[in-house]
Design a protein around this ligand. Structure first.
Ligand SMILES: Cc1ncc(COP(=O)(O)O)c(C=O)c1O
Length: 393
């Protein structure tokens, strides 16, 4: 039996009426309140006049409110929050804005096992600036050896440590707080790709002690596409020298030269995606109102049922750690009886949406990423359909 809150959540996510949507690690659906916030904003914007004093004041308030919501979500200060287009853009800010010296070392985890958005920017800047990349070796679940990190961090050329908080292909939660201590002890800059963590698990930048973090609106926060969040800690703001500047992010000083404004505008060159911001603000409000602890326990319960039921099916392998403290709700699996892409397609025909992804060894797996609007009934229906498909193979 669903309680009143769960029933309301289902009503707010009308996708639940049509499909079993288990693909929130790719793009999560918007809730009805978020859709309404976007349309309300667009109506107001047209009625008040896109470039009028009234809408400017309204937008200023909306932007500040959104920064405050993010402050509550990741435990930062509001001025440390800049709005970007995407996670990728935030990571590229870091890559392109550090004052690199030839031979500086960037420490990464897993090389090609990383999401390309958190791999290509570092390879590219390394090539352009003649930097060195050191890759932490990983085990089958994507975890690295903390002693190896300590050794690499001690190298005098080591400059930056970059980690994903939660792995996109199997949901492993990387020990970012432990790594943060090592980064701090060795005076490294520390950047986190939080695309798969914010909205899915607790994220606290003060505990992680990272300098920079990037994440999107459209995954676990259930916000719109085209808007991302870039966190730059106040103490690190002078470390980054952006390669772009414009009317919104720069100012003329007394000797007639142009300089960047302070954070957060420093990274906000040009107008932002304001309709997207209206949706993002509403989506974070929804997440905070529901409560991260409730979301986490619901997601772990649903994903554990999925894991356990999948394990009972002959020929299915689960890829990823079982321990609920070390993973989010992502469940990655494959079958010896059917190629992952074919199984994904067959499930999609039945209205069950998941993603196909790669593991380190190139193995294709299916990734289910349930979120708080999914429930046990949907999981059991999914299991029944998987069994039916496999029986026909
Ligand atoms: C770990 C990780 N990093 C980065 C990205 C890219 O995010 P964006 O599209 O916001 O740049 C994704 C998206 O799937 C991801 O899973």
């Amino acid at each position: 039996m669903l309680d009143d809150i769960e029933q309301q959540i289902i009503k707010d996510f009308p996708i639940t009426l049509n499909k079993i949507y288990l693909n929130n690690g790719s793009i999560a659906p918007l809730s009805v309140p978020s859709i309404k916030s976007i349309t309300d904003f667009l109506i107001k914007y047209s009625e008040l006049g896109p470039d009028s004093e009234d809408i400017s004041n309204y937008m200023e308030k909306m932007i500040e409110e959104t920064r405050l919501r993010i402050k509550h979500l990741i435990n930062c200060n509001a001025i440390e929050v800049s709005f970007t287009q995407s996670t990728t853009q935030g990571l590229n800010f870091v890559a392109n804005s550090i004052d690199w010296k030839k031979g500086d070392i960037i420490i990464l985890r897993g090389g090609r096992h990383e999401h390309y958005a958190n791999y290509f920017p570092w390879l590219y800047i390394a090539k352009r600036k003649k930097l060195k990349i050191k890759v932490l070796k990983i085990d089958q679940n994507g975890f690295f050896d903390i002693d190896e990190l300590e050794e690499l961090a001690k190298l005098k050329e080591s400059k930056l440590l970059v980690l994903s908080h939660v792995l996109y292909n199997n949901g492993s939660i990387i020990p970012v707080e432990e790594a943060g201590k090592i980064a701090k002890e060795n005076d490294l800059l520390y950047c986190i790709d939080a695309a798969q963590s914010v909205g899915s698990i607790n994220v606290d930048v003060k505990k992680i002690e990272c300098n920079f973090m990037a994440f999107p609106s459209f995954k676990w926060i259930c916000g719109p596409l085209g808007i991302g969040i870039f966190y730059c800690s106040e103490k690190s703001k002078d470390t980054l020298i952006p390669d772009s500047i414009g009317g919104e992010s720069g100012k003329i000083i007394s000797d007639n030269s142009v300089v960047h404004k302070d954070i957060p505008q420093k990274f906000e060159t040009g107008f932002r995606n304001y309709p997207g911001l209206a949706g993002l603000e509403s989506s974070i409000r929804y997440i905070l109102r529901t409560g991260m602890s409730k979301i986490i326990s619901k997601n772990l319960k649903t994903s554990s049922i999925l894991r356990n039921e999948l394990l009972k099916i002959n020929g299915i392998d689960i890829h990823g750690i079982e321990n609920e403290k070390l993973r989010n709700s992502i469940v990655s699996f494959s079958s010896s009886k059917i190629e992952s892409n074919l199984l994904k397609e067959k499930l999609e025909k039945e209205g069950i949406i998941m993603a196909e992804r790669d593991l380190l060894n190139g193995k294709k797996i299916i990734r289910a990423s349930p979120h708080f609007f999914n429930n046990e009934e949907e999981i059991m229906k999914t299991i029944k359909i998987i069994k039916n498909i496999l029986q026909q193979m």
